[in-house]
Design a protein around this ligand. Sequence first.
Ligand SMILES: *Cc1c(COP(=O)(O)O)cnc(C)c1O
Length: 397
Amino acid sequence: MNETGLSEEEIRSILSDSKGKDLKYERVLSSMCTYPHKIAVQAHMQFIESNMGDFGLFRGTYNLEKEILGSLGDLLHKADAVGYMTTGGTESNIQAIRSMRNLFLQSPEYQKSVNSNKKTHNKCSRPNLVVPDSAHFSFDKVSDILDVELRKASLDDELKVSVESVKSLIDENTIGLVAIAGSTEFGQVDPIKELSDIAVEKNIFLHVDAAFGGFVLPFMKTSCEFDFDFKLPGVTSIAIDPHKMGLSTIPAGVLLFRDSHQLESLKADTPYLTVSTQYTLTGTRSGAAVAATYAVMNYLGKEGYRKTVSRCMELTDYLLDKLAELDIHPLIKPVMNVVALEVPECDLVRSKLAKEFNWQVSITQNPHGLRLVIMPHVSFEMIDSFVADLKKVLNTL
Ligand SMILES: *Cc1c(COP(=O)(O)O)cnc(C)c1O
């Protein structure tokens, strides 16, 4: 830091240089984020100083958060679901599993086993969590932070989790299951109805990671094919991200619990704030993102999101048709606007697309493929030009 400050003009010039080095979303086919809606940006600016970490000072923003939770609870078939606005899918996943773990450790069964193990001097086994092999990497963080063993269940041919594999991994130290509604790599939806049945039968928690798919599935024409939310009795929590397909500003995630005792298990005392308890992972928390989310959800309504999703799916179909002409095919039939392509030498193709044509795409690990996310900033022209460049790259292999 300099002793004396720079002028506004100097700062603006540095910032616009830096902004110039950021990629424009018009060349990005790898991200699950996009330009926020302009009504969200305006709301964000209007509430820029609002701190939800001390929401007694920001009652108006707090009310907006309550409205958002009510609307999303309603959308996900549990109008009285409880929760809060997180910084995104990662925090939602951490907190959902933390709640499972806390309640598991407090359970009479676990306490009894600890006491009997003390007598026999056996080491207590670690709690474990069963997740699909396709789970987002945030669950590796979950495992590390919460000291929970991660058991990864295998996937079937369509890259959905195998229900048999999930069953085989459950034991008396399993704190719960995770299902994915819109996997990060493939946009696939797990057989959540079956997993819900298992969760009910075994009386364990089931967290649904709908960070991406939560703002897609309810607005798809074929949404009835995919039950993924609180409609299923075994689903105990859901992560859904307004800062992805919800078109809100970053950082906007939402975590919802079926039952208030799950949220209560996250309670911390906050003696010197205007409110005496907190359930959040972070302390200071963006009220701007809350206002932005409220604004865009209420501005667009279900109809607006249906239009957005429908356009993204039209673009996805258009892309697939264009690629089929080049004899390039998806690894699975896309369920939503995430496409994984069977392409030779994916890593080389990816780097050539970036270096020679300034396109950002990503890759999937297993099976290896070229991954594209068709977000609302994508246009038909963008797809035409991308496919032409991909063709050029493939011809040089
Ligand atoms: C994006 C994503 C996450 C992580 O969300 P962040 O907002 O980046 O923390 C978690 N799970 C899934 C399925 C995702 O797509």
